[in-house]
Design a protein around this ligand. Structure first.
Ligand SMILES: C[C@](O)(CO)[C@H](O)COP(=O)(O)OP(=O)(O)OC[C@H]1O[C@@H](n2ccc(N)nc2=O)[C@H](O)[C@@H]1O
Ligand SMILES: Nc1ncnc2c1ncn2[C@@H]1O[C@H](COP(=O)(O)OP(=O)(O)OP(=O)(O)O)[C@@H](O)[C@H]1O
Length: 287
């Protein structure tokens, strides 16, 4: 039988408002999420017992045992056989949902009906990664609604410092912050969308910068690039994104950033574009 290839795109939180905290400690969110044409790749081959091999430029430190979200998702879907190869392109613990997107990609590939409550048990980011398209995410990550966002030329930048999500939530002082407007604006064009995004927030950015000063260094570097319209952190960090008016401005900024910071993980491409299953167009560079 033939192998199945799936693409697990990076998730970017364009906004991330923390609006409250539940009794169980989980935080209530209001977030605008898009996906990038850079991501991990998975190959599922139907032979043998269920197994996982992890390779690729970002494989170091990613577990290949039963704790990997890929195996947890496959088992949750009732899969008992087949070899899975996970090729990591996304840095781990980076705020771009690497493991969550991998888990969602496996569930998509297996095509079994797994109840949403079970999918959410794999991680708060997994439900939003099931259908990688622009969406508004509320609740603790389980309430999803489709959003209309123009494609956004972006740089994604990680300073190669991993940030554990729980410590960033813990370091957030004010847990109750304003949500996004109940109805999101209808954006006339890309520029209008970026202007509006600039009025919104990522409430985890300040605590992440306090815990991990490298986040502030990345944001400063992105702010000073030519053509940056908006720079912000994604998720709980440390990956940050910068948005540009067009792909030319994005590429120009990318060249300058790569020259200044050859040790950073840098990717570029159109956020929110229909993510291609097998032909991602985002360029990445290894350290
Ligand atoms: C920050 C985001 O990436 C935004 O999209 C997500 O909320 C986090 O998603 P995730 O990494 O899949 O999160 P999980 O693996 O479910 O949770 C990791 C830890 O983050 C904290 N957490 C996560 C989600 C949430 N709504 N409230 C939380 O407080 C909890 O301490 C939890 O133990
Ligand atoms: N498939 C996987 N890819 C990466 N890490 C994984 C995977 N499965 C389990 N992990 C473990 O999960 C941890 C978090 O990794 P992940 O890349 O999902 O980051 P994250 O920053 O929590 O994502 P986000 O907060 O945006 O959902 C890693 O330290 C790793 O030990």
């Amino acid at each position: 039988m033939s192998a199945t290839d799936v693409f697990a795109p990076a998730k970017i939180n364009l906004t991330l408002h923390v609006t409250g905290q539940r009794d169980d400690g989980y935080h209530l969110l209001d977030s605008l999420v898009v996906f990038a044409p850079v991501g991990d790749r998975l190959r599922l081959t139907p032979d043998g017992a269920l197994s996982l091999q992890v390779d690729g430029p970002e494989a170091a430190g990613v577990p290949s045992d039963g704790s990997n979200l890929v195996l947890r998702a496959a088992r949750m879907a009732g899969q008992e056989s087949g070899q899975i190869t996970l090729t990591k392109q996304l840095p781990a613990s980076a705020g771009i949902g690497g493991g969550s997107s991998d888990a969602a990609a496996v569930l998509r590939a297996l095509g079994r009906d797994v109840p949403p409550e079970q999918i959410a048990q794999l991680g708060a980011d997994v439900p939003m990664c099931m259908k990688p398209r622009p969406q508004r995410v509320q609740g603790i990550g389980e309430q999803l609604s489709v959003a209309a966002i123009p494609s956004l030329p972006a740089l994604l930048v990680n300073p190669r410092v991993s940030v554990p999500t729980p410590s960033v939530f813990k370091a957030l002082r004010d847990k109750t912050n304003p949500p996004m407007p109940e109805t999101l604006p209808k954006f006339a064009d890309r520029s209008d969308c970026i202007d509006w995004l600039a009025t919104q927030r990522n409430d985890l950015q300040v605590p992440a910068m306090m815990l991990t000063p490298a986040v502030g260094v990345v944001l400063e570097a992105l702010h000073t690039l030519p053509g940056t319209r908006l720079a912000r952190m994604s998720g709980s960090g440390a990956t940050c994104f910068a948005l540009f008016d067009d792909t030319e401005a994005m590429r120009f900024a990318e060249i300058s950033l790569r020259a200044a910071h050859p040790d950073w993980w840098i990717a570029s491409g159109l956020l929110g574009d229909q993510v291609q299953k097998s032909a991602p167009s985002m360029a990445t560079q290894e350290a």
